[in-house]
Design a binder for this molecule. Structure first.
Ligand SMILES: NC(=O)c1ccc[n+]([C@@H]2O[C@H](COP(=O)([O-])OP(=O)(O)OC[C@H]3O[C@@H](n4cnc5c(N)ncnc54)[C@H](OP(=O)(O)O)[C@@H]3O)[C@@H](O)[C@H]2O)c1
Length: 324
């Protein structure tokens, strides 16, 4: 059994990882580190785990653990790894954006590999240190990778993506306050969202001539999920586009093309990304839906763990959707 440790266990992605590892047939939970809850039961932060486990949050790490997941905010992963040493054998999967860009993906001789299996599954399976993609970045890249891979993404790409409130983390903020968020919609960071860096990096890995990405992130009044749409000029037919996407994702474990329009509920609580294509007057509209905490974070982190340890990619990720 793989022994897994989690840092930042009281947060949202940490909570999802606890649930996934507790139910993973090839992994055991070694420790869940918390700066604020050491000695308290896991269910003090995650009440749904009452009856599931009696494990306590820990104030210490086990440096010999097989794999550690870092579920910390921006800048804290680099800081945490500088202050806490793990054995040379320990695999590290970081969920923050500290190591996602090639320009900043190293620390003390460790090089982090960008962990999007649909982009580079073989490279991930040889890696020791993984930079897990961002949630918007996952939904948007999955929408665009097949076009970039066939050099069909060289015009301007217009992107709009609506996210649930869990995307902002567990700490309450003005924009996650129920009275403000509920029955409300708003945009933020228009054209400048931080995930554009990693999205551009991957697309240019496939085609250096990739066009400009104009991305408008939107806050939705729901807790989980990302509903992303992108459109760009496309000279082929809808059938050609569908064939291209089918072929690109034919061996993907969790990304599937739908012929019917997709909606958020069909993927929430699952590790799936569902895509749909629509052609109108020379523009291809791609819709991509994911659960931000699963395919957009902790589920994808487990996919990466499975690949690194030579397990089947979907191990422990056969989850039940909400459906209705
Ligand atoms: N939420 C999403 O949908 C999502 C999706 C993809 C990627 N991400 C990324 O994943 C990371 C975690 O996101 P999250 O939503 O789980 O955040 P979160 O809910 O805010 O949880 C982060 C946890 O980190 C711990 N922590 C805070 N400051 C720390 C420090 N200085 N040193 C050590 N631990 C510290 C806290 O747990 P303790 O009090 O237990 O120590 C906190 O609950 C972020 O970098 C985020 O950008 C999030």
């Amino acid at each position: 059994m793989i022994k897994a440790g989690i840092i930042g266990g009281s947060g949202y992605t940490g909570g999802e990882l606890i649930r996934l590892i507790l139910n993973h047939p090839e992994a055991d939970l070694g420790f869940v580190f918390s700066t604020t809850r050491a000695g308290k039961p896991l269910h003090s932060a995650h009440p749904d785990l009452l009856g599931e486990t009696d494990m306590l949050f820990s104030g210490e790490i086990d440096p010999e653990i097989d794999v550690v997941f870092l579920c910390l905010g921006h800048g804290n992963s680099r800081d945490f790894l500088s202050k806490n040493q793990f054995s040379k054998e320990t695999k590290i999967i970081d969920l923050s954006n500290d190591f996602r860009l090639a320009a900043t993906n190293t620390l003390d001789g460790k090089t982090f590999v960008y962990g999007l299996p649909e982009l580079q599954r073989e490279i991930i399976s040889q890696a020791r240190y993984i930079a897990n993609p961002g949630c918007f970045a996952t939904a948007i890249q999955l929408a665009l990778l097949p076009l970039a891979a066939s050099n069909q993404l060289q015009q301007t790409i217009h992107i709009n993506a609506v996210t649930g409130s869990t995307g902002a983390g567990v700490t309450p903020a003005d924009t996650t306050h129920f009275s403000w968020r509920n029955n409300n919609v708003s945009w933020y960071k228009p054209f400048t969202h931080q995930h554009l860096g990693e999205i551009n990096q991957s697309l240019q890995q496939l085609d250096p001539e990739t066009g400009e990405l104009l991305f408008l992130p939107v806050r939705g009044n729901f807790a989980r999920g990302i509903f992303a749409t992108a459109y760009t000029a496309f000279s082929g037919s809808l059938e050609e586009a569908q064939e291209r996407y089918q072929k690109y994702y034919e061996s993907a474990a969790f990304t599937a093309l739908s012929t019917a329009p997709v909606n958020l509920k069909q993927v929430v609580n699952t590790n799936y990304a569902h895509l749909h294509l629509h052609l109108h007057n020379g523009y291809l509209l791609i819709t991509s839906v994911i659960d931000n905490l699963l395919k957009g974070a902790s589920g994808q982190a487990v996919e990466n763990m499975n690949l690194i340890f030579g397990l089947e990619q979907p191990t422990g990720l056969k989850l039940k959707g909400s459906a209705f």
